[in-house]
Design a protein around this ligand. Sequence first.
Ligand SMILES: [Zn+2]
Length: 55
Amino acid sequence: MGLFENLGRKVESFKQGASDNASEPTHRCGDCESEFFTDYETCPDCGSDAVYPIE
Ligand SMILES: [Zn+2]
């Protein structure tokens, strides 16, 4: 199990590093799960106002 835990931590730290990359989407629609690079007030795909920042 220890090996898998170590791998999981590496993947997690890689994801965190990638979130600083400008090419990663910053917002996601909570309804259709489309991802965006812009903070839309309404989803351009489905029209939902449930667009949240990706943390
Ligand atoms: Zn949507």
